[in-house]
Design a protein around this ligand. Structure first.
Ligand SMILES: [Zn+2]
Length: 592
């Protein structure tokens, strides 16, 4: 079978960023939106409301289709200016869609309980009853629509702008770093890559240079962080919300008890992770790991590269053992040009998967150069594509899953391949390195993300009282890291609050715990699959299909028969990591 390394976009829109077909499509969406906006100004009947809800969902899909196409164009060629211009247009359409939803929600809130019950029981709305209920509930908990509109307008310059200031200041940062006797000016991203080097001296120098650079800019970043947090807190206060976690939990459709139980179970298991960290330190020839050693790779001898065609075959084969449907889907995606993998200049870095809801297809973007990490990325993105595929026939709102379950299918796909690769490793060195990589990934979710969560929770509590200084932020960050890493490291990164973009993202609050949740949730499903065997395939598809139609607690209860507020589920998921640690400890017993 042939697996093209360059994707096919023509089957979606012909002609790239100059596509006439695409231009017409976007214009048509414009007209449809204007027409709907006009219809929404007057008093409307419930029948009309029902129709408008279907209309706006359809236009949402059109906007998603267009923005998916633009992401593909700008990713395959970073110099494609024409594609960039389209971006502004689609952002505009998304704002229009938001406003339309705002108006629809006002209508929903005004219905009496009786009218409401009857309305969401209408056959065409049953599939999105959860989502409509959620929107109605959330708008009840907000300010009046006029006040919310004003807040959203003020947020452009008073909230999101702080995030933008952060981004541009980071964009201008150049950090001096010596390489081969030449002093270079690196961007923070480039320096970050040096911190993952397999050479410890490079890692250490990069870490020090980074700390100095962020400390130098810390005064400005303390302002951006304090101000954007202040805005968020004032809005919460006006709405009468006293818990900082209220919004992030609602976005992720989960209970606080679930979140607390997840962290509690992780914390209890940490001493077993310390043993792994001690062993890794020994293998790397040091007493204790430093912050920049935690995710450092173990040295591997020889060539471990794998050809793209072999990676595709390997993924299909191992997916098949887990789920024949997933394998057949993957085969089709790889064969039909859904993946852009070619290693060539002009592509943007990184990888992603984007779904075209109207064409009912996905596209995966990455640069494949034969490393094991590339194979993992390919499997991961194929998992995302499969999630999209399982949802393709549902109502548009029922396809909008939250961040904490967004990584379920992808992480699961990655786990299947990682397990297989460890099992089939060519020699013990390779096996160890793969195993170490797998465990280190969990360490990031259990410790690094935990530190971010601890810091952010405490920071927002403290910010309710006052503005925090640079030294207070540094102290708070280091304390959170010491706690999350169990004091096991020889150095910490006090300026992490400044260097980590996630604290400064205004689009989504608390961009941290959903990662850990998603990871453990998918491990829990994997464990379940191992126990259940082949009958699990149908259950798995049914679970994915419900990811945007219920809370995570309901999802777990219905499809996994487990209670997420209970320790057992989390412990079983963590046990998979502990098994890996045991194997790692046995394999390395005589190595240091
Ligand atoms: Zn992902």
């Amino acid at each position: 079978m042939k697996f093209p390394e360059v994707w096919d976009l023509t089957s979606i829109f012909k002609g790239g960023s100059k596509s006439e077909q695409f231009k017409q499509f976007v214009q048509e969406t414009d007209e449809l939106l204007i027409t709907l906006e006009r219809k929404l100004v007057q008093q409307i009947s419930l029948d009309q409301l029902e129709t408008f809800i279907h209309n706006v969902q359809e236009y949402m899909q059109r906007a998603r289709e267009a923005s998916a196409f633009i992401s593909c164009l700008t990713a395959q060629d970073v110099k494609d200016q024409e594609a960039r211009l389209w971006l502004g247009k689609v952002t505009e359409q998304n704002t229009q869609i938001q406003n339309i939803w705002g108006t629809i929600e006002n209508f929903l809130v005004e219905l009496t309980e009786e009218e409401w019950k009857a309305f969401i029981s209408r056959p065409s709305l049953v599939g999105i009853a959860f989502n409509l209920e959620e929107r109605r509930q959330q708008s009840k908990e907000k300010l009046s629509s006029l006040e919310e509109k004003l807040a959203a307008q003020l947020a452009i310059d008073g909230y999101h702008a702080w995030g933008n200031v952060y981004n541009s200041a980071v964009g201008r940062m150049h950090i001096p770093f010596e390489e081969n006797g030449v002093e270079k000016q690196l961007s923070p991203g480039q320096l970050q890559n040096r911190m993952n080097s397999s050479d410890r001296l490079i890692r250490e120098r990069a870490f020090k240079a980074s700390e100095i650079a962020w400390e130098k800019e810390a005064e400005l970043f303390a302002q951006t962080l304090n101000h954007l947090a202040g805005f968020r807190l004032n809005l919460y206060k006006a709405r009468g919300w006293d818990r900082v976690l209220k919004e992030p939990l609602a976005i992720n459709r989960m209970k606080e008890e679930t979140l607390q139980m997840m962290w509690e179970t992780i914390t209890e298991n940490k001493p077993k992770l310390y043993k792994f960290m001690e062993r890794k330190a020994k293998l790397l020839g040091m007493k204790k790991l430093a912050m920049h050693d935690v995710s450092a790779p173990l040295p591997v001898e020889g060539d471990t590269t794998i050809l793209y065609v072999d990676a595709c075959q390997l993924i299909i084969e191992h997916f098949r053992a887990f789920s024949p449907k997933l394998a057949t889907f993957t085969e089709g995606a790889l064969r039909d040009g859904w993946v852009e993998a070619e290693d060539r200049a002009g592509k943007r870095p990184g990888g992603f998967c984007t779904t075209f809801p109207i064409s009912k297809q996905s596209r995966i973007f990455m640069t494949y150069d034969g490393t094991m990490a590339n194979v993992a990325t390919l499997a991961h993105e194929l998992g995302h594509a499969y999630h999209g595929y399982c949802l393709r026939e549902l109502d548009p709102l029922a396809q909008r899953y939250a961040m904490n379950v967004a990584e379920t299918a992808s992480t699961l796909a990655e786990t299947i391949i990682a397990e297989a690769l460890v099992k089939e490793a060519a020699n013990e060195d390779v096996k160890l390195s793969l195993l170490e990589n797998k465990i280190s990934r969990s360490l990031a979710f259990f410790m690094n993300i935990h530190a971010r969560f601890l810091f952010e929770t405490r920071f927002y509590e403290a910010r309710k009282e006052k503005v925090l200084s640079v030294s207070e932020l540094n102290t708070m960050m280091e304390k959170a890291q010491r706690e999350a890493y169990g004091n096991q490291l020889s150095s910490y990164s006090p300026t992490f609050w400044a260097s980590k973009l996630h604290f400064h993202i205004t689009g989504v609050p608390f961009y941290n715990f959903p990662y850990t949740f998603g990871y453990l949730f998918s491990l829990g499903i994997y464990k379940k699959a191992l126990v259940t065997g082949s009958s699990f395939e149908q259950d798995y598809i049914a679970l994915l299909q419900d990811t945007a139609s219920m809370t995570v607690e309901e999802l777990a209860e219905k499809h996994l028969k487990v209670d997420l507020t209970n320790k057992a589920f989390w412990q079983e998921a963590i046990d998979l990591v502990l098994t890996d640690i045991d194997e790692f400890m046995t394999l390395t017993e005589n190595r240091c």
